[in-house]
Design a protein around this ligand. Structure first.
Ligand SMILES: Nc1ncnc2c1ncn2[C@@H]1O[C@H](COP(=O)(O)OP(=O)(O)OP(=O)(O)O)[C@@H](O)[C@H]1O
Ligand SMILES: [Mg+2]
Length: 252
């Protein structure tokens, strides 16, 4: 139950309540440092990953206005066009600059040089596609990037450094040392793809999906590796307000 409302954000509505009873039942998650709030959104092209990312980004920024965010947009998508003027927005070939900054903060906090704990979030759209492209160009560099991301995933929580990424398929090979286990919030959107479910969930959880058919912006939510929900990400009512929150988190 909701013990501390201040540390919760709503990710969407219950899929079953929406379709079964026509009710908007919010599904919320804890984003405090007590829990792992690294976020992974997966799903095939067009499943609604980037759309959902915008919404969650705005919610994180709204909940903690002191957040400092960095945005790596490998595909330089239309969904994020409005972020292009922001100082901490890094498209295409510049995505590694976002990682360098956030990894630098992690190291300073880890060594004790930086004792502040204001929330820092690195958002990386199409992370896996970016790694695969890097591997083709420079294998060593790709390995360094993956190891840094793994380190953020493994020790970031207590240092208030969060990783939030989207990808089509979260293959274990791009999350070295089993670091994929550190995502506290996992969403798989769109049409069910058995192989993606198998990467992220035990068989008994997959069987609980039964015959549900997920469309764009709908799917499975797994919290802390143990709490399973089926959700629907609703349309955004106030796009301008959402964009304003994200722009501020990438600028101030
Ligand atoms: N929750 C939603 N409700 C209604 N429409 C949605 C929702 N999410 C996404 N859409 C629509 O679906 C389309 C695809 O969404 P989006 O671009 O977020 O997908 P994606 O998974 O990021 O795809 P890609 O892998 O190609 O980047 C968009 O045009 C968007 O308007
Ligand atoms: Mg996208």
């Amino acid at each position: 139950m909701m013990k501390n409302c201040d540390d919760k954000i709503t990710l969407g509505c219950s899929f079953d309540c929406w379709y079964g009873y026509g009710i908007k039942q919010p599904v919320s998650v804890d984003i405090s440092v007590k829990t792992n709030s690294h976020i992974l959104i997966c799903g095939m092209s067009g499943s609604g990953k980037s759309f959902c990312e915008n919404i969650l980004f705005a919610k994180l920024a709204e909940k903690r206005p002191d957040s400092e965010c960095y945005f790596a947009d490998y595909k330089q998508e239309d969904n994020f066009h409005y972020l292009r003027g922001c100082s901490r927005y890094f498209p295409y070939k510049r995505t590694l600059e976002a990682l360098d900054s956030v990894y630098g903060i992690l190291q300073k906090r880890q060594s004790g040089e930086d004792e502040s704990r204001k929330p820092v979030t690195l958002i990386w759209d199409e992370y896996v596609a970016n790694i695969l492209a890097l591997q083709n160009e420079d294998k060593k560099k790709a390995a360094t990037v993956m190891n840094r991301v793994s380190e953020i995933l493994m020790i970031g929580r207590s240092l208030a450094v969060r990783f939030f990424c989207s990808c089509q398929r979260p293959d274990a090979s791009v999350f070295p040392s089993g670091s994929r286990l550190n995502y506290g919030i996992i969403m798989v959107l769109g049409a069910p793809i058995q192989s993606i479910y198998e990467m992220l969930m035990p068989t008994e959880y997959i069987s609980r999906i039964e015959d549900r058919e997920f469309r764009t912006g709908e799917g499975v939510l797994l919290l802390q590796g143990s709490e399973l929900h089926f959700i629907k990400v609703p349309m955004v009512r106030d796009v301008e307000r959402m964009q304003e929150l994200c722009i501020r988190a990438l600028t101030e």
